[in-house]
Design a protein. Structure first.
Ligand SMILES: *Cc1c(COP(=O)(O)O)cnc(C)c1O
Length: 380
């Protein structure tokens, strides 16, 4: 009989969600929109320190509407982190624009601000002023926002932040996602809190959020009949899911602590292994350790990321390589990239370990055991 599966990052309900879901049922607001959505937006905006928020069907939808606000034209360029999930970049294509990729820095694994400055200078020299910078905050850690925001301000380039993986993190005491023109969060099932599926668009610009709400509800003009002067989308969050989100938001701090604890346990148990390095935590903020990520240098370790991942799979444990950089993706291969070697190395060497906030010590022991065995084998 196989051992029970250990997932990478499964949902973790607190129990506090149910009374809120029951409220939604009792009021028969089983619809997109409703009082739970309004309350979730207000509570979320207050939590991250943004003035306004729109609850949507996904983080991807939030990114799409943030980019739509910029009225991109075919051929317009948007500078994006290359080390990320494709959902950060796909909405650039939805809006008919072209992504240009920038590599990561080693200190945070997020976009390298110095390389971004080079990329912007080079695009300007070519007469192609970037229409936006899409800055991603990966694996629960903020990118180095200040130099990026300063560069964007200097050149009057809108900054959009993809904080889908960084809810609960801080940058100089504030929430990543609340610095740029707009930020997005995700409540997908694998994120630090979840509504089973959903997202949030945040901004200090009331008009941007109002327009996003309009687009997300099919762009219906103010008329008694159905009238449309613009193309709309069906992107609103359901009132039932917002109830789950409100319950989850109340335990966010506990979820962060649990994930940081997982990381500490892994680091103590595996940090001495040859060639193993954990994702660094940049000094400017506090990460959530949404996923515990490490790299394995095969020249020193005598084993490699893939052998370890397969050994974990054999034991019914889910582990994943780090994101495959966008500039290596078949679908984006033709787009320009600045640098790329850091993200490539992280992809070849990097592994995400099971990191759920509901993991118990016995689960962590099982993972640790398998990883350590991979090293023992090669030394024997
Ligand atoms: C999860 C994720 C998204 C997309 O969020 P969804 O809610 O799944 O659409 C976008 N960017 C990053 C970096 C993510 O990890």
């Amino acid at each position: 009989m196989s051992k029970p599966r250990i997932y990478l990052s499964p949902p973790h309900m607190s129990g506090g969600e149910l009374p809120l879901v029951q409220e939604a049922f009792a009021s028969n607001w089983i619809a997109p929109l409703g009082p739970q959505v309004d309350a979730f937006e207000q509570e979320f905006a207050a939590h991250v320190g943004s003035k306004h928020a729109a609850a949507l069907s996904s983080g991807t939808a939030a990114l799409h509407l943030a980019l739509r606000w910029l009225k991109l034209q075919p051929g317009d360029e948007v500078i994006c982190s290359t080390l990320t999930f494709s959902a950060s970049v796909n909405p650039v294509i939805y809006e008919g624009a072209t992504p240009v990729f920038v590599d990561s820095e080693r200190a945070s694994w997020n976009m390298d601000p110095a390389l971004l400055a080079e990329a912007v200078a080079d695009r300007l020299k070519r007469g192609r002023k970037p229409r936006a910078v899409m800055l991603v905050h990966l694996y629960g850690q903020s990118a180095d926002i200040d130099p990026v925001a300063a560069l964007c301000a200097r050149h009057d380039i809108p900054l959009i932040e993809d904080a889908a993986e960084a809810l609960g993190a801080t940058y100089k005491g504030r929430a990543p996602g609340s610095f740029g023109l707009a930020g997005i969060h995700s409540f997908n099932g694998n994120k630090i809190i979840t509504t089973s599926g959903g997202g949030m668009l945040v901004s200090n610009d009331a008009a941007l959020i109002e327009k996003a709400r309009f687009w997300s509800t099919q762009a219906r003009d103010a008329a008694p009949h159905y009238q449309h002067s613009e193309i709309g989308f069906n992107y609103r969050m359901s009132n039932v899911l917002a109830a789950i989100g409100r319950g989850q938001l109340r335990v966010l701090d506990q979820r962060v602590e649990a994930r940081r604890r997982n990381f500490d346990v892994y680091r103590r148990a595996l940090g001495d292994l040859p060639g193993v390095a954990f994702m660094p935590e940049a000094a400017y903020g506090r990460g959530t350790r949404w996923l515990t990520c490490l790299t394995v240098d095969p020249a020193v370790a005598g084993t490699d990321r893939e052998k370890i991942r397969l050994a974990l799979t054999d034991e019914n444990i889910e582990a994943r390589p780090l994101w495959k950089p966008m500039h290596l993706q078949p679908v984006f291969q033709s787009h320009p990239v600045y640098g790329g070697k850091v993200a490539e190395e992280l992809f070849t060497r990097g592994l995400c370990l099971p990191s759920g906030s509901s993991l118990v010590p016995a689960d962590l022991d099982r993972v640790i055991d398998v990883v350590r065995r991979c090293f023992a084998r090669t030394r024997a």
